[in-house]
Write a protein that binds this ligand. Structure first.
Ligand SMILES: [Fe+2]
Length: 434
């Protein structure tokens, strides 16, 4: 039987059947899971998610005590204010039973809702900010090339403009910064990493007072690339071992430049030196492992690689956002996977091959993202929930067709897909159906 209870009443061993939050708010990739660790419960409470539904056929039953464990004081206070905590009660199954009409949860607006005219104005502003940032970063790198100290004060206005644009909608500035020519790659990459780090930092609830330092860390992380000759930096083919040795020196070279400059914050120094370290200790220059990597370094590593593989490079084609996320998820030794999940959520990206539930009671697989908005997935529907039967697959671009929405990310096990990787590969292999 299903029971709707408060998250403060959760206990280890319970099976969560439904979380009353959008998938962007949920701390988990999957919407159904068994609670095996205290951190899972803490993550739900930390996200201010109040209600969940548990299934006592699949896990532990109702809590032994009605008094919330962690939030007892909070609960008492709310009762004093006139809010009576609702007791646990049985609820009807909503999914995957298909006899109930599907009721989508309240929609969530990821970022500021803009009218087309307001969005056009923001795009113009972002283009201006990027143009100025590109010039400023080029000058900054030029100064460093000539042996002059980096003038960090000049960056403050630029970082403020990037931070303001990201606060309204990060997709605006990132969609523009993604289009880089090979000559301007390093400069626009710095702007993009700065924007990505600011956006991720806000998702992770960094104090707003730290945003300028985080933006600076992103802008300066690759300043050491001035030490790499263009013949290597822009080489269309694969690098030989000697060329790789030169490339691997850029974190230390950059660090030396920044140490000799005034006003460079500690975060920028750290990120510059450590952004190519990996969680499994196989990165460079220090081969530090996860225990020795700071949060800001882990964030920078994700933002750096994401922008690199979603941008046009001399030696490979850009990946889509959802494809890039899938690639990065498979690199478990490289990235902090928990931060990677927050990163995906901060941009609203769903990896290719993910099983999702659509607003009109259909299951679908993510096959890419909208060309106009990389945070809007293109999905391929394949099963109706009301009839529980396969349907003729249809491709839906949720960026173009705003009336259609992804409601939640689903766990394939809960829908009987014992071998989802094969099923999703078959679905992805279908020809374009749009
Ligand atoms: Fe780098």
């Amino acid at each position: 039987m299903l029971h709707r209870i408060e998250t403060s009443q959760l206990e280890l061993g319970m099976f969560i059947d439904d979380i009353e939050a959008s998938w962007l708010e949920s701390p988990f990739w999957r919407s159904r899971l068994v609670l095996t660790r205290e951190e899972q419960i803490e993550a739900l409470v930390a996200k201010d998610i109040q209600w969940v539904t548990i299934d006592d056929n699949k896990g532990k039953g109702l809590p032994s005590s009605r008094e919330p464990r962690a939030n007892a004081a909070k609960s008492q206070n709310s009762e004093k204010r006139g809010h009576i905590a609702q007791p646990a009660r049985a609820v009807k199954r909503r999914a995957p039973s298909h006899s109930q009409p599907y009721i989508p949860p309240p929609g969530e607006q990821r970022f500021t809702r803009l009218t087309p005219r307001e969005r056009a104005a923001e795009v113009r502003k972002a283009k201006g900010a990027i143009k100025r940032s590109r010039t400023a970063v080029m000058n900054l790198f030029q100064d460093a090339r000539l042996g002059n100290a980096v003038k960090s004060k000049k960056m403050a206005t630029l970082i403020e403009q990037i931070a303001n644009s990201v606060a309204i909608d990060p997709t605006i500035i990132l969609n523009i910064a993604r289009l880089k020519t090979k000559d301007e790659y390093t400069y626009l990459h710095s702007v993009a990493v700065s924007a990505l780090m600011i956006n991720l930092a806000r998702k992770l609830r960094f104090p707003e007072a730290q945003i300028p330092d985080i933006g600076m860390a992103g802008l300066l992380h690759d300043v050491g690339k001035i030490s790499i000759p263009d013949s290597i930096l822009l080489k269309p083919g694969k690098l030989d071992e000697q060329e790789w040795t030169t490339v691997r020196l850029h974190p230390q070279k950059g660090h030396e430049i920044l140490l000799a400059s005034d006003g460079v914050c500690d975060m920028a120094l750290e990120v510059c030196l450590r952004h190519h370290e990996k969680m499994d200790g196989t990165g460079y220059p220090g081969r530090l492992d996860g225990d020795d990597l700071s949060l800001i370094t882990r964030m920078a590593s994700i933002c750096d690689v994401y922008d690199a593989i979603t941008s046009q490079r001399p030696y490979n084609k850009p990946q889509s956002a959802s494809q890039a996320l899938k690639t990065m998820q498979s690199c478990s030794g490289h990235f902090d996977q928990l931060i990677l999940r927050d990163f995906a959520e901060s941009l609203g990206i769903v990896p290719i091959g993910t099983l999702v539930r659509m607003d009109r009671a259909e299951l679908a697989v993510v096959i890419g993202e909208s060309p106009s908005d990389y945070a809007a997935p293109i999905v391929r529907t394949f099963r109706a929930l009301d009839s529980d039967l396969p349907i003729v697959p249809q491709d839906i671009d949720t960026g173009r067709k705003r009336s259609r929405k992804v409601i939640s990310i689903e766990d394939p096990d809960d829908w009987g897909f014992a071998d989802w990787s094969t099923v999703s590969a078959d679905l992805l292999a279908e020809e374009d159906l749009t």
